[in-house]
Design a protein around this ligand. Sequence first.
Ligand code: HEM
Length: 571
Amino acid sequence: MDYKIVLNVLSFWLATCLGRIFYTGYKSRSRVRELQRAGIPMPKWSWWTGHMLAVKPFADRNPSDAHINALASEMAEEFGKTGMYLLDFWPLAPAPFLVVSDPKLAAQAISKFNLPRPKEFEETFRAITGGPNLFTMMEKEWKPWRTIMTPGFSSGNVITHVPRLVDSAEIFIDKIREQALKGEMFCLEEFTMRFTLEVIIKVTLGTDMDYQRGHNPLASALRNQVKWQTFGNDLNLWRRWNPLRPIVQWYNSRIMTRYVRGELQKRFDEAKAANRAATDAGISRVKSPTSKSVIALALDAYTSEKRAEKLWGRTAIDEHFATIASYQIRLFLFVGHDSTSSTLVYTLHLLSQHPAILARLRAEHASVFGPDPSAAAAQLRAQPSLLNELTYSLAVIQETLRLFPVASCMREGRAGAVLSDAAGASVDTGGLFVWIMHMATQTNPRVWPRPREFLPERWLAPPGDALCPPPDAFRAFEHGPRACIGQKLVFAEIRTALVLVARTFDIRPAYDEIDWLKKEKGWLGSMASKKEGVKHFRGERAYQIGRGGTYPSEGYPCRVTLLEAKERPEP
Ligand code: HEM
């Protein structure tokens, strides 16, 4: 009897689940059918497989490990002529994607309708951040936290960090010099990752963990966590549902929480001591003393909002603040290192491929810091605002981010939020994800002159000049209230690194060598030769890979030589 009841309950549960799956599938596919009938561009579509098979020809003629953004951008060239096209990957994705490659449509989604990020991001980011954070919070919860965190990333505060950035950049060039002296091929990405992670830990937590020179548990746990992460776009189902993931990620998360909470408590104690000293001296000062770390400034903002007297009476930091702040810090450590690392690698790569641009960049450095590159670090420490004089270097970084954007932007559509393209077609975004494809938008031939060329001078062209970037077309940091909070830091950090690196080394990619080695040695050889011919994306061997963020293929194998003094440009 009991057995029958259990069986009935189970059957009912199974039928309900299946019914739900079929219903959502039917709803999703009906919506695509409706849009197809309305003439919205899309690849060949089927009721049963959606667009899953339509991706295959693009996957076949591009590297198998190319980032999905690269494939979607290639498809945009063929299907997105009006600035948008549709992709349906149900059941791998819960709703169809409206892929956008036109700046005007992107501006409608972001600036006009301010569409929210998908709710699904909360789940995706939880293992890395621990809980709700600036990236995943919805408007009401997000606003006060963005206000609290903004001062730490302002231009004024970023410039105060420049001496610390120089310290880290000096270690970075020492590490590269060691490689240059060994004369061996090495992967640059490991070095840029360590550099940018050390920097973001300093800027966010106000502590130097010396990660470029040794092991650090917080940094290692974070990097391991990212390695194990699935970002919902894994076609490999074993990766997607790996049963070991929860255990590994739980362990890493514990380590990160312990470290971040410990640092938070230290900053609280410092601020409290400063407050006590100020009160004893009869000064009404509650702000933290000298530290300008993101978290110290956030504590300042929070305590002044919450009537500080109450908080300073406590021995431990306010639990609610500490919990959410630790999620925010973990987010900053994550998004603040790999994106900057990737951009630094691509900046150095593009310079290596364009000797005239490299020469002009070196000449700019020589004119601002004088002929001796080894003197630049001290000058920058003493006068951080010199960075602002490096306008050509900034243009080089912007142009790199145009060609190799590290992200794309996903938004949840809303009924009534209608995007209209230049050809007069309109799509109500309700029930769709709007996927603004940065690579496609930033190399859209209908918008950009000479779209695939590396031309930093376009960033110095005055309005009205044919080369001047069109409005809304550069979206590397996105626009609107949810735009990247860290962009000032990115520009300061990469310019600092360039000042120290560009006149010290010549860096050349070594993909030929690594491909040859793979072919010649071991079983990898047969795989490598099978893939021959699809090791380039848009003619580039250093194409972007990855599942969440974008990374240079193979970690960017390279060789570095030290520049002789006589080869350096005169100021
Ligand atoms: C080259 C480096 C970087 C690039 C290209 C980049 C790009 C972006 C983009 C495109 C977004 C918006 C995504 C969307 O709307 O869906 C974003 C958001 C964000 N970025 Fe960055 N980012 C970079 C570095 C950083 C750094 C160094 C930080 C510092 C911690 C940072 C923190 C954030 C945060 C917190 C958000 C969410 C903002 C909000 O919703 O309030 N990013 N970033």
